[in-house]
Each structure stands twice: as C-alpha cells, then as structure tokens.
Design a protein around this ligand. Structure first.
Ligand code: CUA
Length: 413
C-alpha cells in the first residue's frame, strides 16, 4: 500500500518538474507568429512583463506545491492515530499570506502601469501615421501624410515609430500583428490608437489578422505587414503616390535622333517587398475550391490592353478605385497598385494570375462573402449566395475576358 502511494507521489513530483521543461520547448522558431518577440518596443515591454509574472508565478507555485506535498506526507493519517488538535486562526500566518501576495501584486503593477501609460500616451511626433479601416472582410490602409490608399498589405519604415488609428466601416474588428504588438479593436464610432517602433535591423514580413469575430469570413480577414528600410519605404511611397501605371511604358531602346518636344512621363514602379524574401509562413496556402479552374493557355493569352478596356466598361469601376482612370468606386479595395501586392482576398490567396483569375470567376466560392461583395463573374459559374448561374446576358465574363482582366490587373505594379 505505502509502496503504491510512494510511486504515485513520485509520479506527481516528476510531472511537476517536467511541465516547465516542456514549456521551454515553445521557442520562437517553431511558432513564427509568436507574440514573444523582441522586434518592437511594445513587444519588448509586454515580454518583460510576461517574464516577470511567469517567474514570480513559478516561485509561488513551487513553494506552495512543496509545502502541500510535505504536509500531505508528513501529516498523513496513520493507523491508530488520535484526532489532531483542533485550532482556529493564526494571526502570524494570516498576516503573511495577506501581505506576501499584496507585495507580489505591487511588484507586478508598477511596470505594468508604466507600460500601459507609455503606450496609451500619444505616439512620437515623427511617427508614420496609418489610418486603418476594418471592412467585412478586408483592411484598408490610408497614409494621410503621403496621400496613399492601399489595402491588406501595410508598409512602414523600420526604426521609426508608426501610429495606427483604428476605425471600422461596419462591425467591430480587432487589429493584430502578433510579432509586433498587442491586439486593438477597430470600432465604427471612435478611433483607437496603437503605436510602436520596430527595430531598425533588417527587412521583415509579418502576418496580421482580425481577432474579433466579425461574421462569416472573420478568419479570412488577414493582412501582411512589411517593416522595410527607410529608403525602401520612401521608394514604396513614391510608387504608391503615382496613379495607375498603364499602359506600361517601355524605355526607348536608343536615343531618338530628334529630341521629343514633350517627352511622355515614364512612371517608375515603386519598391515592393521582394517575393523571394517572403518567409514561408506569410505565403498563403489556402486550397482552391474543387472544380474551379481556368485553362493555362487561355490565361497565358490574356491581353492587358483588352483587359483595361473591359475593366472600364464593367461593374468593377462601381466598387474599386484605380487612380488615373475613371474607376472611382470606394466599396472594395483600391486596386491602383494591385500588381505589386503579394496576396489577394485579404491575405487568403497568393497574388498570381491563376488565383486572380479564379477569384474573378467565382470570388464567392473562394471566400464566404455577402450579397454586396465581390460578385461571381464567370459565365457558367454558380453564385453560392444567390444560387443562380451566371450568364453572358447578365454581364458574366468568359474565361478569355477574365484572362484579359488578369493581365491588366497584374500589370498595375
Ligand atoms: Cu474582422 Cu474578425
């Protein structure tokens, strides 16, 4: 009997010692979206607080468990034992276990309150200002200092404070880049703020997501954040400030014999985060719905000029803006530089011709959406919301037309 008891006690002790060791295995490498980073002042503060609390909690846990186990073994009931002495209250003990936790709370509260005040205060004056607007289900990013509007991919310079002002167009969303800072709600009737400064070391890409349940595609409301060098950021800004770069102007092969009186302005595509430097965990891997396809040869035959003409004649312009064209819609994401983004559908799919084509054919199958959202456009496709089949007579697009649109959109760098 006592042998079984001893074996059980030993098992409990081994388990108590093994759990902290197992937790040590939760390193950042195996969890790339971890919040335990030292990449920003914000996360460094949060991590410091976590470490302090965790260490104090471990001390308390070990002391309490050791005391408990000792008392359980030392004072266990033995055959023939008399009733123990009955006592009530012990002033010294009660004072100890009131004062000790109060002291621990003070030790935790001081740095916690200091961090809260630090990051609830206004951002540094030289911060990059980014207005974030949550939509069902995508993110709009506006840079009022630079007059830029973009969507689902946000850039900021490393080493400089960045101040996000968060609002919503509809329901409550929550803006979160776990590697960089804590979550903060985006609500429609007040502006919340979130600011931090990324470290100036290196170019990095991060995942972001919505963290407040906001409807059918809450889990599909993602974004990407790129912390880039100040020079690359300036270059990106310069590119984004331009109107749509179409038709793409080819640089002349040789200097013309007679100088052109009024040379056309050759727009230069701005910086974009290099695709070959994207870490695997920020590249979307969402499977495409079964049966949704487009032939490779049709896709390859897409003509950007035909696509541009078609774009200006279809419903696209009612919802999307392409600056420098008649397309001025404000319901969906700004597409002025869509070709320079790495993802579509709010971070759900990679931005390549095939995924873009399938998105145009039947976006509502690619991502649960609403009746007011991106419609199903491919002829012969079934709209999963309206449960109708798209026909050419009702404005549906053939695969060739979709390939033309894709060629146009992809050219908007
Ligand atoms: Cu937006 Cu959840």
């Amino acid at each position: 009997m006592t042998r079984i008891l001893r074996a059980r006690q030993l098992a409990v002790i081994v388990l108590a010692l093994a759990v902290p060791l197992l937790l040590v295995g939760c390193s950042g490498d195996s969890y790339p979206n971890t919040t335990f980073t030292n990449l920003t002042d914000f996360n460094r503060d949060a991590r410091g607080l976590w470490n302090l609390m965790m260490r104090l909690a471990i001390v308390v846990f070990v002391l309490v468990e050791a005391l408990l186990i000792y008392v359980m073994i030392r004072y266990r009931r033995r055959p023939g034992d008399a009733q123990p002495e009955h006592v009530h209250g012990n002033t010294a003990l009660e004072l100890t276990w009131t004062i000790a936790p109060a002291l621990i709370l003070v030790i935790i509260a001081i740095p916690t309150v200091r961090s809260i005040w630090r990051f609830q205060a206004a951002a540094p004056a030289d911060a990059v200002q980014i207005d974030v607007i949550g939509h069902q289900w995508w993110w709009e990013f506006r840079y009022p200092q630079y007059n830029i509007v973009t969507a689902n991919e946000v850039y900021f310079p490393s080493g400089r404070a960045v101040n996000f002002t968060l609002t919503s167009k509809d329901v409550i969303h929550s803006f979160w880049m776990p590697n960089l800072a804590g979550k903060r709600d985006a609500v429609s009737n007040r502006a919340n703020h979130l600011w931090f400064t990324t470290d100036s070391t290196g170019v990095q890409a991060f995942n972001g997501s919505c963290n407040e349940y906001c409807g059918a595609s809450h889990a599909n409301m993602r974004f990407r954040a790129y912390s880039v060098s100040p020079e690359d950021f300036d270059n990106w800004v310069a590119g984004q400030q331009q109107s749509a770069v179409f038709p793409v102007v080819q640089a002349p092969a040789a200097t013309p014999a007679t100088p052109v009186a009024d040379p056309p302005q050759v727009p230069v595509a701005g910086y974009a985060f290099p695709a070959d430097q994207l870490p695997t965990h920020v590249i979307p891997a969402t499977p495409v719905p079964a049966g949704l396809t487009i032939a490779d040869d049709v896709l390859a035959a897409g003509d950007a000029q035909r696509g541009a003409d078609l774009f200006s004649r279809t419903t696209c312009i009612g919802c999307h803006t392409v600056r420098g064209t008649i397309s001025r819609g404000v319901i969906g994401p700004d597409l002025t530089h869509i070709g320079s983004r790495h993802t579509i559908a709010a971070g759900l799919y990679p931005n390549d011709p095939r995924h873009m084509a399938l998105w145009l054919k039947n976006a509502r199958r690619m991502k649960p959406m609403q009746t007011s959202s991106m419609p199903t456009l491919g002829v012969g496709e079934t709209d999963p919301i309206l449960e109708t089949t798209v026909s050419a007579a009702l404005g549906g697009l053939t695969d060739q037309q979709i390939a033309d649109l894709v060629a146009y959109l992809m050219s908007l760098k």
